[in-house]
Ligand binder design. Structure first.
Ligand code: KIV
Ligand code: ZN
Length: 396
């Protein structure tokens, strides 16, 4: 198992996408998946072009082990990763589950913040470093690609975090992950922390710097982008942002922000973005949890316009009210939804598409009846318009 891509050159412009939908995402209530479902989604994630698929936590259960193993056996095109605590048993189980993979990664983690050290682990600073180093060394004996995460990194002392990272690089870690485990950080703090680590971690040029943000204060995507702007080159995220509590950074939002505002970041992902919507829909079908209509990038309303002013603008130039092309994220087209806020221009266009070209006076009458109908229902469908055009009052 070799990996030519586990260091980060100073001028590196590629943001690696580490998808954890099947691990951190699946941990959230309402989102658990069977092995067959995970395998199906893993294939779709590989087709989407994610660099790393975190397939699960093999030590957590026999089911998780079997899912990681099945994905490692069947899925090609992405690196397959398994999570492990800094414990020999976890690491060896992860390595066994990953055996069939052609490109694998073991991801070890331990908490570094004072709160976690004292109350959860009951370990001193030195003991945490020793455990982290021993774990990374054992993982490196089993796999050439090892990621280390400092759980609750953003509430850890910066100088101590830098010391931990330097020690695990020396032990062989090739990706260093900075989790904002409880979604506590702001974008300014995240940028500052990444710059600090780049300046103070000995040997940092031998590893890729990564970020993993939770959304408790609704800042997971903003924090991930701030980390990229400051020099991180791996983002950990999930489809539609599913994950523990309020979730993780949403993959599709990070990817499209980097693509749409490329001038701010100078770094982009390798994703095939037209697959974003179909892949998010597949997740919704599998879990039975619908995508909220107003969800950025992949919600039904993301490219839908109802207000008359917006529709008028869109008919003149789509750039007036759209910053991305729907086809770039997998929607067939923008939608001008006819409702009580819509205007005459959009009505005329839709009637024309349905084969009706009323003269101005007739359009005025249809428009009046259309507004009366639209006040009574949320959306006016093509069947209603056909009825209005034929002189009936709609609600066909
Ligand atoms: O949120 C977190 O800290 C994690 C780690 C295991 C990376 O999910
Ligand atoms: Zn997490």
């Amino acid at each position: 198992m070799t990996n030519p891509d586990n260091t980060q050159a100073p001028d590196d412009t590629r943001v690696r996408v580490f998808d954890t939908t099947l691990r951190d995402g699946e941990q959230a209530p309402g989102f658990s998946m069977t092995r067959a479902q995970k395998l199906r989604l893993a294939h779709a994630l590989a087709e989407l072009g994610v660099d790393v698929i975190e397939a699960g936590f093999p030590q957590a259960s026999d089911g998780d082990f079997a899912s990681v193993q099945a994905i490692a056996r069947d899925v090609r095109g992405s690196r397959i990763c398994a999570l492990a605590r800094c414990q020999t048993g976890d690491i060896e189980t992860a390595a066994r589950a990953l055996e069939p993979a052609t490109a694998a990664r073991i991801h070890v983690f331990i908490a570094t913040s004072p709160l976690h050290r004292e109350h959860k682990l009951g370990m001193s600073k030195a003991q945490v470093i020793d455990a982290a180093v021993a774990a990374v060394r054992r993982a490196r004996e089993l796999c050439t690609d090892v990621e280390f995460s400092a759980e609750d990194a953003m509430r850890s002392e910066p100088d101590y975090l830098a010391e931990v990272f330097a020690a695990v690089i020396e032990a062989g870690a090739t990706t260093l992950n900075v989790p904002d485990t409880v979604g506590y950080t702001t974008p300014a703090e995240m940028g500052e922390r990444i710059r600090y680590l780049k300046a103070h971690v000995r040997g940092i040029e031998r590893a890729v710097l990564s970020v993993h943000c939770h959304d408790d204060l609704g800042m997971a995507v903003a924090n991930s982008l701030a980390a990229v702007a400051a020099g991180a080159r791996q983002v950990e995220c999930t489809l539609t942002g599913i994950g523990e509590r309020a979730g993780n950074a949403a993959l599709e939002e990070v990817a499209m922000a980097l693509a749409t505002r490329a001038e701010l970041f100078g770094a982009a992902t390798n994703l095939k973005t037209p697959k974003l919507y179909p892949t998010a829909r597949l997740l919704a079908q599998i879990t039975g949890q619908p995508i909220p209509r107003n969800k950025a990038i992949v919600g039904e309303n993301a490219f839908a316009h109802e207000s008359g002013i917006h529709q008028h603008g869109m008919l003149k130039h789509r750039g007036t009210y759209e910053i991305m092309r729907p086809e770039d994220v997998g929607f067939a087209r923008s939608q001008l939804v006819l409702g009580k806020h819509s205007g005459r221009h959009a009505l005329r266009e839709r009637l024309a598409a349905l084969g009706h070209q009323p003269a101005d006076a007739e359009l005025d009458q249809i428009f009046t009846r259309f507004k009366t109908l639209a006040d009574k229902k949320r959306e006016v469908f093509d069947s209603d318009l056909e009825a209005l055009a034929l002189g009936r009052d709609g609600e066909a």
